[in-house]
Design a protein around this ligand. Structure first.
Ligand SMILES: Nc1ncnc2c1ncn2[C@@H]1O[C@H](COP(=O)(O)OP(=O)(O)OP(=O)(O)O)[C@@H](O)[C@H]1O
Length: 788
C-alpha cells in the first residue's frame, strides 16, 4: 500500500482578514479545523462538501465548522488545500457559495469577491448621503457585465481595461463604476477586498497618476507568467502562507502579528533583494519599516554559512528600541535567528567598543542635563560668558565632533551649511570654550558625554578598518592566495585583521549622528548587503541631518526605496498629523528631499478629538475621566492606552493624579529602557519616549502655546533664526511622532491657549474639559464607541 501524501493547507491573506473579524473563540475553531484537515483529510467529521469547479485544475469545496462557521476551500491536488474565505452565522454557507473566485491576472493570486456585499455597501452609502443612484443601476450578476462609467464617477477617467491592468479585480468593476464619492470608496473597502485592488483604488482616488500607480504599486505585485486559468499554479504562489508550522497558525488570528506572515510585495522585495552595497528604506510612520528591517535580518541570517558567531548587527537609536527589536525578532525567527544576530543600540555599541579598547579611558558619560550644566559652569568661569549654552552644545556636537575637529585649524576651515554665520573671532572664542569644557571632563574625576564616546568609538573602529583595508590591498598585490593571506598577516604582525560584522541593519536611522555613521561604516566591509537602513526624517527628534554619502554609505537608484502605505494609523489621524508638517522641508538622509506625498492609510476611523481646559489640574482630571471611561465602558485594556506629556515633571504629576482620581487608573511610566509588555496600566511618558511604540488609543496632553514649542526657543527668533527654525521643526516632529503612535484613537488636550501647531479652527471643534467633569459636556465617548 502506498502511504498517503501528507496534506498541505495554505492560507490566503484575505482569510487572515476574515479571521480578524471573528471572536477569539471562533478563530480557534477555524484554526482547529485547519489542524484536523492537515492531520487527516479523509476524516468524515470535517464535512467537506464539493461546491463547483473553480476551473480546469481546481475545485471549490465548503466545510462546515461547528457551531456556526463555514470555510471555502480550493483543492488543486488531492493533498493541497487553500483556504480562501471564512463566514459566520446562518447565512455562512450561502455567502460562501455566491463568492466570485478568480485568479488575478496581474498578481497571480487567487481572490474572492462578494459582489452582492460590495454593491450593497456602495448603494447603502448613496442612499444614506442622499446621492442619486445612476439610472438603470442593478445589483451585479455573478459574471460582471460591462458598466459605462458616469461622467461624475470617481474613476471615470480610467477605462475598465486600464483598471484591470493595474490589478483591480474585474468582478468589482460594476460597483466601482457606480461610485461618485470618496465616501463610497471607503464603504466599498469596509469589506474584505483584495489588497492589490485596495492599494490601486486608494492611490487613484488621491489623484496619483496612472503611470505612478503602475510603477509604485502594480509592478510590486506583478507576477510574471501569472495564468488566470492555472489554479494549481495559483495555489503555489509565494504570497500565500503555508500552515505547516503551528506557530504560523497561532499568528494567523492575531491581527497585530500579521506582519510575521504576510508582507506586502514591496516589503518582501526589500527584505530579500541582493543589493550591490548599502540600501535605504524611507517611509512615513507605520509603513512597516521596522517590519522590513526584521525580515531583512532573518533573510540575511538564512544566507549565512553555518557557524556560532554573530555576523549580523541589528541596531537602533536607544536601548528600549533595541529591546523591542529583540522581542519582535524572536517572534519572527525564534532563537535560531537570534543567536546569529547582535542586537544593540548604537550608543551601547559605541560604549562597548571604547570599553574594550585597552588604551582608552573616557570615564562615565554624563547623564540627562549634566552636559548642559557643565556648559553653564564653563560660561560662568569664562570671559566669553555671553555665549548661549544651547548654542555651544549644538556647535560642539554637530559641527566640531561631526567634522572630527581635533585641532582649531580644522574647525576654522570647516563649513557650517544651514547654520547661523559666525566670524573668525567668534570661532576662536568658541574653540576656547570647547577646550575649557573638555578640560572639565578630563577631570578628575574623568567624565565624558555620549557624543564623545561615539566619536571615540568611530575613531577606534576607523583605525581598525584602515588596517583591514591595507591588509586587503596587500593581499591583492600578492595574488590573494591563502598561503599569501597567512604570510601577509604575519608580515603585518599577528593574525589577519577582521571586521566584526558582515551585515548591519539599522532602524530609526534618522536619529543617528555623524559619529554613529562613521562607526557603523567602519564595522563592516564594503560589499553586497553591507548596510541596510530604515528611517524617516519627518520623525527626527534627536540628531541633526546627516548626509549618508559623506560617510561612505551610498544608496543610488533602486537601493533607495520609499514605503507609502500605513498599516497602523487611520486616515483621519494621519491627515491631522500630516498637517503638522505640511509645507516644511525634509531630507532623505542624503542630499535629496523627502516628502509625505502618496503616504496613505488602509484604515479609516474617527477624526482626532481636541479638549481644552482652563488649567493643568482640570486637564489632568479630564484625562483621568476619559481613560477610566474607555476602560470601563468600552473594555479597552489599560495597557492599550498611553498619554504623552512634555517632560518628566508633567509625567510624575499626571501619574499621581490618575492614581488618586475618583476612578483610579493604574499607571506605568515609560522609562528609558522601555516598559514590560505585559504589565497592566496606562502608559505615561514624555513624547521622546514614544518613538517606535504603538497603542490603540493615544492622548497627547499639555499641547498649549508656550509649551509646544517651548517658549525658551523664542529668543532665537531674532538672535538666531536658523536655530529657531530647527527647534520649531524638531518640536513639530516630536508631536508628529507622538500622534502617529495611535492605531484607532487620538485625543489632544491643552490648557490655556492651544499650541500654534494645532489646526486653525481648533477652537470651533474642541470640547470643554470642565464641562466633561461637571457631567454636562459632550460625550467623550464619541470616538470611543467606534473603535471599542
Ligand atoms: N504587511 C503587513 N501586514 C500587516 N501588518 C503590518 C504589515 N507591515 C506592517 N504592519 C504593522 O504595521 C504597524 C507598523 O509597522 P512598523 O512598526 O514596522 O512601522 P514603521 O514604519 O517602522 O513605523 P514608525 O516609523 O512609526 O516606527 C505594526 O503594527 C506592524 O505590525
Amino acid at each position: 500500500m502506498t502511504p498517503r501524501a501528507s496534506t498541505r493547507v495554505i492560507m490566503s491573506k484575505q482569510v487572515q482578514q476574515d479571521l480578524q473579524r471573528l471572536s477569539h473563540q471562533a478563530n480557534s475553531q477555524v484554526i482547529d479545523f485547519v489542524r484536523r484537515l492537515r492531520e487527516d483529510r479523509a476524516n468524515r467529521s470535517l464535512r467537506l462538501e464539493p461546491l463547483r469547479a473553480a476551473g480546469a485544475n481546481g475545485d471549490l469545496l465548503i466545510a462546515a465548522v461547528p457551531p456556526h462557521h463555514a470555510v471555502l476551500l480550493l483543492c488543486t491536488e488531492e493533498s493541497r488545500f487553500t483556504v480562501l474565505a471564512v463566514r459566520e452565522g446562518a447565512q455562512a454557507h450561502e455567502e460562501l457559495s455566491r463568492l466570485t473566485v478568480s485568479i488575478n491576472p496581474v498578481s497571480g493570486l487567487p481572490e474572492v469577491i462578494d459582489q452582492v456585499r460590495a454593491s450593497d455597501n456602495v448603494l447603502a452609502f448613496s442612499s444614506q448621503s442622499g446621492e442619486k443612484e445612476p439610472a438603470g443601476a442593478a445589483r451585479p450578476q455573478h459574471s460582471p457585465a460591462p458598466v459605462t462609467a458616469l461622467p461624475s464617477a470617481l474613476f471615470a477617467r480610467i477605462g475598465d481595461d486600464d483598471l484591470a491592468g493595474l490589478g483591480v479585480s474585474r468582478s468589482l468593476l460594476p460597483s466601482i463604476r457606480r461610485m461618485t464619492s470618496r465616501e463610497q470608496l471607503d464603504a466599498l473597502l469596509v469589506d474584505n477586498v483584495p489588497e492589490l485592488t485596495r492599494d490601486v483604488l486608494l492611490a487613484l482616488a488621491e489623484g496619483t497618476p496612472v503611470e505612478h500607480v503602475r510603477r509604485d504599486i502594480t509592478d510590486a505585485w506583478h507576477t510574471p507568467d501569472a495564468d488566470p486559468e492555472d489554479w494549481a499554479g495559483a495555489a503555489r504562489h509565494p504570497g500565500l502562507v503555508s500552515t505547516d508550522d503551528d506557530a504560523v497558525l497561532d499568528a494567523l488570528g492575531n491581527s497585530f502579528e500579521a506582519w510575521r506572515l504576510f508582507l506586502h510585495p514591496e516589503q518582501r522585495r526589500l527584505a530579500t533583494t541582493r543589493f550591490k552595497g548599502s540600501a535605504k528604506v524611507t517611509g512615513g510612520p507605520g509603513t512597516g519599516k521596522t517590519v522590513v528591517a526584521l525580515h531583512r535580518v532573518r533573510h540575511l541570517v538564512s544566507l549565512l554559512p553555518p557557524g556560532h558567531d554573530r555576523p549580523v548587527l541589528l541596531t537602533t537609536y536607544n536601548t528600549s528600541l533595541a529591546e523591542d527589536l529583540r522581542q519582535r525578532l524572536r517572534k519572527l525567527g525564534g532563537d535560531d535567528v537570534l543567536k546569529r544576530v547582535r542586537i544593540e543600540s548604537v550608543e551601547a555599541l559605541a560604549r562597548r567598543i571604547v570599553a574594550e579598547s585597552p588604551s582608552v579611558d573616557l570615564g562615565a558619560p554624563l547623564q540627562d542635563d549634566a552636559p548642559m550644566d557643565l556648559w553653564h559652569t564653563v560660561l560662568a568661569e569664562s570671559e566669553h560668558g555671553h555665549y548661549d549654552a544651547d548654542f555651544l552644545d549644538d556647535e560642539f556636537r554637530h559641527v566640531i565632533l561631526a567634522n572630527q575637529c581635533t585641532r582649531y585649524d580644522r574647525y576654522r576651515g570647516v563649513s557650517r551649511p544651514g547654520r547661523a554665520r559666525i566670524t573668525v573671532k567668534q570661532k576662536r572664542e568658541i574653540w576656547e570654550l570647547v577646550e575649557a569644557y573638555r578640560a572639565h571632563l578630563d577631570g578628575p574625576p574623568r567624565r565624558t558625554t555620549f557624543d564623545l564616546v561615539a566619536a571615540e568609538a568611530a575613531r577606534i573602529a576607523g583605525e581598525r578598518k584602515r588596517e583591514y583595508d591595507r591588509f586587503l590591498e596587500y593581499k591583492e598585490e600578492r595574488g590573494g592566495r591563502d598561503l599569501i593571506h597567512r604570510e601577509a598577516a604575519s608580515l603585518m604582525g599577528g593574525s589577519a585583521p577582521r571586521l566584526p560584522f558582515r551585515h548591519i541593519v539599522v532602524d530609526e536611522a534618522q536619529d543617528l549622528s555623524a559619529s554613529h555613521w562613521r562607526l557603523l561604516r567602519a564595522l563592516v566591509p564594503e560589499g553586497p548587503n553591507d548596510i541596510f537602513l530604515v528611517g524617516d526624517a519627518h520623525q527626527r527628534i534627536y540628531a541633526h541631518r546627516s548626509v549618508l554619502s559623506h560617510y561612505g554609505i551610498r544608496t543610488p537608484g533602486r537601493a533607495s526605496r520609499r514605503l507609502t502605505l500605513s498599516y497602523r494609523t487611520t486616515r483621519e489621524i494621519l491627515g491631522s498629523a500630516g498637517g503638522l508638517l505640511a509645507g516644511q522641508p525634509f531630507d532623505d538622509m542624503d542630499l535629496g528631499d523627502d516628502t509625505l506625498d502618496g503616504y496613505r492609510s488602509v484604515l479609516t476611523g474617527r477624526a482626532p478629538e481636541y479638549w481644552y481646559a482652563p488649567d493643568w489640574q482640570t486637564e489632568q482630571r479630564a484625562l483621568a475621566a476619559m481613560l477610566a471611561e474607555r476602560h470601563e465602558k468600552y473594555g479597552t485594556p489599560y495597557e492599550a492606552m498611553a498619554v504623552a506629556v512634555l517632560d518628566r515633571t508633567a509625567a510624575a504629576q499626571l501619574a499621581y493624579t490618575l492614581a488618586t482620581s475618583d476612578h483610579p487608573v493604574p499607571v506605568i511610566e515609560i522609562k528609558s529602557d522601555g516598559v514590560s509588555e505585559n504589565k497592566p496600566g496606562v502608559r505615561i511618558g514624555t513624547m521622546h519616549r514614544f518613538k517606535g511604540l504603538e497603542f490603540q488609543r493615544v492622548f497627547i496632553a499639555g499641547v498649549s502655546e508656550g509649551q509646544v514649542p517651548h517658549q525658551r526657543i523664542e529668543p532665537y527668533r531674532l538672535t538666531n533664526p536658523d536655530r529657531y527654525r530647527q527647534e520649531e521643526q524638531r518640536a513639530r516632529s516630536l508631536v508628529f511622532v507622538a500622534a502617529t503612535r495611535a492605531r484607532d484613537e487620538l485625543v489632544v488636550t491643552w490648557n490655556g491657549r492651544p499650541s500654534r501647531f494645532l489646526p486653525r479652527n481648533v477652537h470651533k471643534i474642541a470640547h470643554s474639559a470642565a464641562s466633561l467633569l461637571k457631567g454636562d459636556g459632550p460625550p467623550s465617548s464619541s470616538s470611543a464607541s467606534s473603535v471599542a
